[in-house]
Design a protein around this ligand. Structure first.
Ligand SMILES: Nc1nc2c(c(=O)[nH]1)N=C([C@H](O)[C@H](O)COP(=O)(O)OP(=O)(O)OP(=O)(O)O)CN2
Ligand SMILES: [Zn+2]
Length: 149
């Protein structure tokens, strides 16, 4: 049976700031992120299986990505907890804002690395994460490929 890649797309609104960066993105601002998740596997060949013909049910993939990424990052503001931004994050959190502290600079590159780890741990052994594409703006995106890693 052929190996097939399938992709599901997600979107979420997230704020961030790049501490120490030498451009406008050092300021707190936000993006309408678009995330494409591609997995690879062999479609189930057993006609008695309710998932017959599927690599993974799109809705099962959606549950993983929603619980691990979309529901966490949507309408949150992400700060690197290893920078003085942690003070700002604490102030916002104390005022009931949705703040997310991560241990990396929240660039598209670092977020996509984080997302790959978060998704991989939930996939069945028969299905591999093939690629992620995280689009920050209409013209900027970062990609993670299993074959590069
Ligand atoms: N390699 C990276 N560079 C930058 C990142 C990043 O995550 N990785 N992030 C930013 C900012 O957060 C923000 O995304 C601005 O990006 P940029 O593409 O420069 O946005 P513009 O609005 O200026 O886009 P144009 O379409 O060129 O107007 C900065 N760099
Ligand atoms: Zn940005």
């Amino acid at each position: 049976m052929s190996k097939i890649r399938i992709t599901k797309q997600f979107s979420f609104e997230t704020g961030h700031a790049l501490y120490g960066y030498d451009g406008k993105c050092k300021n707190v601002h936000g993006h309408s992120y678009k995330l494409s998740v591609t997995v690879i596997g062999t479609p189930i060949s057993d006609p008695s299986n309710v998932k017959y013909g599927m690599v993974i049910d799109f809705s099962d993939l959606k549950k993983i990505v929603k619980s691990e990424i979309v529901d966490i990052f949507d309408h949150a503001t992400v700060f690197n907890k290893n920078t003085p931004h942690v003070e700002l994050a604490k102030e916002l959190a104390d005022r009931d804002h949705n703040v997310l502290l991560v241990d990396y600079q929240p660039t598209s590159e670092m977020m996509v690395i984080d997302f790959a780890q978060k998704i991989k741990k939930h996939l069945p052994e028969t299905i591999q994460l093939y690629a992620l594409r995280l689009q920050e703006t209409d013209t900027s995106f970062a990609e993670w490929f299993a074959s590069d890693n």
